[in-house]
Design a protein around this ligand. Sequence first.
Ligand SMILES: Cc1cc2nc3c(=O)[nH]c(=O)nc-3n(C[C@H](O)[C@H](O)[C@H](O)COP(=O)(O)OP(=O)(O)OC[C@H]3O[C@@H](n4cnc5c(N)ncnc54)[C@H](O)[C@@H]3O)c2cc1C
Length: 426
Amino acid sequence: MNMNRRQFVKAAGAAALLPLVGSGLAGCGARSGSGRVVVVGGGFGGTTVAKFIKKYNPALDVTLIEPKTEYMTCPGSNWYLGGLKPVEYLTHNYEGIKKHGVKVIHAMVEDIDATGMSVKLNNGSTLEYDKLVVSPGIDFKWGAIEGIIEVNSEKMPHAWQAGKQTVLLKKQIEGMKQGGTFVMIAPPNPFRCPPGPYERVGMVAHYLKQHNPKAKILVLDPKDAFSKQGLFLQAWQDLYGDMIEWVPGKDGGKVSKVDVNSMTVYSEMGNIKADVINAIPAQKAGALAFKAGLTNETGFCPVNLLTFESSIHKNIHVIGDASIAGAMPKSGHAASSQAKTCAAAIVNELAGKDVLMPTHVNTCYSLVSDKYGISVAGVYMFSDSKIVEIKGAGGVSPKDADASFREMEAMYAFGWYSSITQDIWG
Ligand SMILES: Cc1cc2nc3c(=O)[nH]c(=O)nc-3n(C[C@H](O)[C@H](O)[C@H](O)COP(=O)(O)OP(=O)(O)OC[C@H]3O[C@@H](n4cnc5c(N)ncnc54)[C@H](O)[C@@H]3O)c2cc1C
């Protein structure tokens, strides 16, 4: 659906306001109650839920467990690959949320005892909880395609969990021979950040156009359609001519095997010799969700969509990419929105109050060059035990916008990034 400027402003306004409405309601109604809340995973979902539980009710004891002392965001990591932003821009620490009274422990949770209501850490300690929130992100289905196995990601990075992998992929792009071929193996649905692979392609092209203009980018995709497809295809053509070729599943985009030694990709369209391979595997919930028995046959975690409490284990809530969240995409913005309503539900439940009716938001900006941005926004509500999109409240960037509109959206993308990371880690 196309969206005019007025509708866009309306959606953006809703996106900005709704979480605050949630926080105000929870704060007014639920400053009583006590309890210990443990949060696993200091990414978009986990850090937000820890911070907002403490904001809504400072009397609660909130502990966040995350192995890393510094978290590099996936949002913006494509901008880094395109040479637009340095690593430091993407890197956040936990000093900000400590100031809000959240205790932070840098360790891995090894296991969850859902009956005894405790978590076991890899530093030997055990923490008891009244409520547990799990936001472990994603893991990969290694071996789903022959040759795409974990050890080979050192040579053909996925860069789908930001950090060392992202830096490695950038080095490979910078070191690619003149006129070389960059092959992306796109993942099947469902995966984190539906527009992410296609934003990445534009950002890699932005870099190559300046430093390696005869290079080619080939996207081998098992799918026949992708997020913001019309906008991306148009922008690639306008900005990069025939540098980028996208091959959908129906035209031979399915990959059956990769030989990392000869850097050959075997696909239905033929065997391709690549200089850089960005192999993004199929995805499932983070490993802890499996170990704790929180997943179902889909490989993700079913939850009560009013509170994000697991449908399998009581008093354990699962948010973010690991959860099955109805119509919401797997995105950082969605994870943070779920975290705020989950925080309100937990605070109210611990205070013996009714759970409020949640409304959620998501916005995903994608850059195709430093001055060319496109976006998709959605507003979601709880209805009939489901999370459904509110028709007409969101939409995508208009198809025939002029250059100044695209440039403005690129500016909004940077603004979105600053606001959300400050809201979470600040
Ligand atoms: C290239 C790319 C671009 C993207 N761009 C956007 C964008 O523009 N906008 C957007 O909204 N989203 C974007 N996303 C998606 C976004 O990154 C994810 O949806 C988001 O990070 C999900 O949050 P999460 O809390 O579920 O998981 P994460 O943010 O991945 O956090 C999970 C955390 O849990 C920790 N953890 C895992 N297991 C354990 C354990 N056993 N014990 C303790 N800690 C543990 C991990 O260390 C990690 O820090 C992008 C993703 C990619 C790959």
